[in-house]
Design a protein around this ligand. Structure first.
Ligand code: CTP
Ligand code: MG
Length: 246
């Protein structure tokens, strides 16, 4: 994995603090998905949102966030160069590398994590598919890490009644109590995230599940209802309207 990502890596020609490996808080932006359910002629990260690529929104917001020191992007295969150009256009100088993503989200995050230096203290992992990330949430996520947790994830209460279904029929109604929906960004102490990623990655739908499986403690913080995940064109329109309302 490390060899592959090194071979495919494209470095940004930016100088400054973020590139010297001494930064404390790194953000990984998982942007390498194909966006099959969106069904457009390009990867989801390059779908238009408010007149610019979807990825621009997360990059811009994380770059301007004072709590974030450096950013690594996992790009869709073949879209590394456009990712770098986008970061340059945005003057997002904290973006220090764009690596080629993998076949799954976890593999994309692993490729980006290989670029995060050993000295990093905290790694935030964010999905480009959730453009409306904000400073307040990043601040909420870092709190539990200072209190001894290995990780923190934003969650929202589950509003709908949950059904377990099989072959088109309900098998069971799942009690909602104690269940929550997890969002990104998720924040981790760097060593705990690396331990999580040293395991089998298959079946991991988020980073926290890997950290949990490796014995790490993961706290929850209040999520943000605006931090919708864009899956279909209807989601794009909805987020676009939220963006215009700000
Ligand atoms: N992702 C990634 N590498 C992959 C798959 C997904 O970095 N191999 C990222 C996506 O770019 C996205 C996030 O993980 O920001 C969540 O994935 P999802 O919303 O499922 O996006 P896609 O996989 O691109 O969409 P689809 O499942 O419809 O193809
Ligand atoms: Mg997907």
């Amino acid at each position: 994995m490390a060899d592959v990502s090194e071979a495919n890596e494209r470095r940004l020609d930016v100088s400054g603090e973020a590139g010297n490996g001494s930064s404390a808080v790194w953000a990984i932006v998982a942007a390498a998905g194909s966006g099959e359910r969106l069904g457009i002629d390009r990867p989801k990260a390059f779908a238009a949102l408010g007149g610019r690529p979807l990825l621009a929104e997360s990059l811009d917001r994380l770059d301007r966030c004072e709590l974030v020191d450096a950013i690594v992007v996992a790009a869709p295969p073949g879209w590394e160069e456009p990712c770098i150009l986008l970061a340059e256009e945005l003057a997002a100088s904290k973006v220090v590398a764009c690596v080629t993503g993998g076949a799954t989200r976890a593999e994309s995050v692993a490729a980006a994590l290989a670029e995060v230096p050993e000295e990093a203290l905290v790694v935030l992992v964010h999905d480009a598919a959730r453009p409306l990330v904000d400073d307040a949430l990043v601040e909420r996520l870092l709190g539990p890490l200072a209190e001894g947790f290995d990780g923190a994830v934003p969650v929202l209460p589950v509003a709908d009644t949950l059904k377990r279904i099989r072959d088109g029929a309900v098998v069971e109604t799942v009690a909602r109590e104690g269940l929550a929906a997890a969002q990104t960004p998720q924040a981790f102490l760097a060593p705990a995230l690396r331990r999580g990623f040293s395991q089998e990655l298959a079946d991991a739908t988020d980073c926290a599940s890997l950290v949990e499986r490796a014995g790490g403690t993961v706290a929850v913080v209040e999520g943000d209802p605006r931090l919708l995940k864009i899956t279909t064109t209807a989601d794009l329109a909805l987020v676009e309207s939220l963006l215009q309302a700000t």
